[in-house]
Design a protein. Structure first.
Lengths: 120, 419
C-alpha cells in the first residue's frame, strides 16, 4: 500500500508518496527523499514531558530525552518517566533516568529545581 | 525617584528588552505578575526554541533560563507577584500604578515604559459557539498550564477546536499523558500550525484533523459537565453544511482559536490602535503614538517564533535607551500601509527623527503564495523588491531596506505580487 508523508524539512511541506516498490515521488528536492527514507526506516523523536517532585511550590519539573529516541518507544518511555519523583534540588541538564529503555538517550531536567528561599 | 525605564511583563519579551537597555547603562525596573520570570515559556515544555538566537534547539524553560541568567548577572531590578493596574501620563513622565501583597498599591514614576505584556487566548464567547455552557470547555493554553506547571489533567476524552500550534502541541501532550484525543477541527481549509507540528503531534498518533469543520453544538450532562460535542463541515462562507454532523462523546473541549495582544494597560492613554494587529500602532523604533511608550513581543504582534520576540524586544530596549539619551529629534513621520495580499505590517509609521538608517518591517501574507514578489512603493515609485518562495500566513515575514533616500512627505505601501 502506498504511504504518504508530509516533508517537514522546509516550509514548502511537500506531500511525498512512497509506493509498494519503495520508489519515492512528490518531493521537490533531495532533502525530502532523505527525510522520507529516515521516516520509513528509523523514525526518531525528542520526547518532552514532566516529572513529579516532592516540593509543593514546584509540583512538576519539565524533562526531555537528550537525544531522539525511536518513535515506537515514546509511550513506553512515558511509563518509565511517570514512575519518577524528584526529592532533591537539581539543575538543568541533570540526569533523571540514564539510558532510558536501553537506548543511548538520557532523561534530563529542562528546569532547575530550587526551593524558593534558596533562589538568588 | 524617577526610573529611566519600567518594563511591564517578564516573559521572553520583557527579559530581552530589559537586558539590552541595561547594557546601555539605563536604570531599568521590570514588573512581572507571576511568581517567577519567563512568562509563557515556563509552560511550553516542548522543544524547538532558540534555533535562531542560540543555534541550538531548546525547550521553553531552557530558553527562558538562558535569558534569566543574563538578566540576573546584570543585576536588573525586578518585582514578581506584582500587577500593574494602571498606566498614566504626567507631562513627559509615566505614572505606573502597581499592586502586590508586599507593597500594596503604589505609584512609580518613569521617563519611559516598555509594554511586553504578551497576548491572551480567544475564548468561546468570541466565536459565539452554540450550545450549553458546561465545565470542560477550556483554552488550550490554560490546559497546558494546569498540566505542565501544576500537574493536573483537565480531562480524559479530548477534542480540540482550532489547529494553531498550541492546539496541536496539546493534542500530543494529552495523548502522551494517557488521554484519548478524538480529533482536531479547523474551520479554515488549511491548518494554521507548522507542518512539523501536524506531522509530529497529530500524524504520529493517528489523531484526525477535520479541515473546514467547526463545533456547532456543545452538550452538558446533569452535573453541568461537558458530555458531547457536534462538529459540522462548513462552506466557503463558514456556514455549517446540513447533514455533515459528527458527534463525539468527550469530557474536554480545548480551544486553540487565536491569540490577541494584551494592551488593556493602554486604555487610559491616547494610543493609536491598528485594527489589523489589534495592538498599538508603532514607528520603526517600537514607539507608540505616545512619546516614550514602547511596545514589543506578543503584545505588539503575535509571533510564531520566540527567537523573533527576543530580537524584536532587544531592539525596543535599545530604542528606549536612544529616546532617553535625547537622540530623537526633528520628528516627521509617514505611514507604512499594507497593500495587496498583506494581512498587516508593523511598524505602521516611519519616523525620520530616529537615528537608525535601516527600516525593518514585519508582515504577514493574507494567503499562501507559492512564488511571491514583495514590493515596496512610495507613490508610484518602486523603492524595494525581493523574491520569496512559499509565503504563508502562519509564518511572519520581514524585510529590511534603507530609508535615507526616501521622500519625507509621501506614505509608503507594501504589497505581494503573485508571479
Amino acid at each position: 500500500m502506498a504511504k504518504e508523508f508530509i516533508c517537514i524539512v522546509c516550509p514548502r511541506g511537500c506531500r511525498v508518496i512512497v509506493d509498494d516498490q519503495g520508489s519515492i515521488s512528490g518531493n521537490q528536492c533531495k532533502r525530502g527523499e532523505i527525510y522520507v527514507k529516515n521516516e520509513m526506516t528509523n523514525p526518531t523523536r525528542i520526547l518532552t514531558t514532566t516529572v513529579k517532585t516532592i516540593f509543593p511550590e514546584i509540583p512538576r519539573a519539565s524533562v526531555k530525552t537528550d537525544q531522539p529516541i525511536p518513535k515506537g518507544l515514546l509511550m513506553k518511555a512515558m511509563e518509565e518517566i511517570n514512575k519518577i519523583v524528584i526529592d532533591k534540588e537539581m539543575n538543568i541538564g541533570d540526569i533523571v533516568i540514564e539510558h532510558i529503555l536501553n537506548t543511548n538517550a538520557n532523561i534530563v531536567l529542562t528546569k532547575e529545581i530550587k526551593r524558593k528561599e534558596e533562589r538568588k | 525617584m524617577i526610573r529611566d525605564i519600567v518594563v511591564i511583563g517578564g516573559g521572553a519579551s520583557g527579559l530581552a528588552a530589559s537586558i539590552s537597555a541595561k547594557k546601555r547603562n539605563k536604570d531599568v525596573l521590570l514588573i512581572e505578575r507571576e511568581e517567577s520570570l519567563g512568562g509563557i515559556l515556563n509552560q511550553c515544555i516542548h522543544n524547538g526554541f532558540g534555533l535562531e538566537v542560540f543555534k541550538e534547539e531548546y525547550t521553553g524553560p531552557e530558553y527562558a533560563h538562558k535569558f534569566i541568567e543574563e538578566f540576573m548577572d546584570l543585576k536588573i531590578d525586578y518585582l514578581v507577584n506584582t500587577t500593574v493596574i494602571k498606566l498614566d501620563k504626567n507631562n513627559d513622565d509615566f505614572i505606573i500604578t502597581l499592586s502586590s501583597k508586599e507593597l500594596g498599591i503604589r505609584n512609580i514614576t518613569a521617563r519611559s515604559v516598555i509594554i511586553s505584556s504578551g497576548c491572551y487566548e480567544r475564548t468561546r464567547g468570541q466565536i459565539s459557539m452554540p450550545g450549553d455552557r458546561p465545565n470542560g470547555v477550556i483554552t488550550a493554553g490554560s490546559a497546558q498550564r494546569y498540566l505542565n506547571i501544576n500537574g493536573y489533567m483537565v480531562g480524559k476524552k479530548v477534542f480540540i477546536l482550532g489547529s494553531g500550534d498550541i492546539g496541536l502541541i496539546m493534542a500530543r501532550r494529552m495523548y502522551l499523558e494517557g488521554a484519548e484525543v478524538l480529533g482536531v477541527a479547523e474551520i479554515m481549509p488549511y491548518s494554521n500550525g507548522l507542518n512539523r507540528n501536524i506531522v509530529q503531534c497529530l500524524n504520529d498518533f493517528d489523531i484526525p484533523l477535520y479541515l473546514s469543520h467547526t463545533v456547532t453544538n456543545v452538550e452538558a450532562d446533569e452535573d453541568k459537565r461537558l458530555s458531547a460535542i457536534t462538529i459540522q463541515q462548513v462552506d466557503e462562507r463558514f456556514n455549517p453544511i446540513p447533514n455533515t454532523e459528527k458527534h463525539f462523546e468527550v469530557d474536554t473541549l480545548l480551544l486553540s482559536i487565536g491569540l490577541i495582544p494584551d494592551i488593556t494597560l493602554l486604555d487610559d492613554l491616547y494610543v493609536e490602535v491598528d485594527p489589523k494587529t489589534k495592538s498599538a500602532k508603532i514607528n520603526q523604533a517600537y514607539e507608540t503614538s505616545v512619546k516614550g511608550l514602547f511596545i514589543c513581543g506578543n503584545s505588539l504582534q503575535v509571533h510564531d517564533l520566540v527567537d523573533n520576540v527576543s530580537k524584536e524586544s532587544s531592539r525596543a530596549g535599545l530604542s528606549a535607551s536612544d529616546y532617553l539619551d535625547g537622540l530623537v529629534t526633528n520628528r516627521k513621520k509617514i505611514a507604512i500601509n499594507p497593500g495587496k495580499n498583506i494581512l498587516y505590517v508593523a511598524p505602521q509609521y516611519l519616523d525620520f527623527g530616529w537615528v537608525e538608517k535601516d527600516l525593518l518591517v514585519s508582515y504577514r501574507s493574507s494567503k499562501k503564495i507559492e512564488k511571491a514578489l514583495v514590493k515596496v512603493y512610495q507613490g508610484e515609485k518602486l523603492i524595494y523588491q525581493k523574491r520569496r518562495a512559499f509565503i504563508v500566513p502562519a509564518e511572519m515575514e520581514t524585510l529590511t531596506f534603507s530609508y535615507l533616500e526616501l521622500d519625507q512627505n509621501q506614505d509608503i505601501m507594501i504589497e505581494i505580487e503573485e508571479v
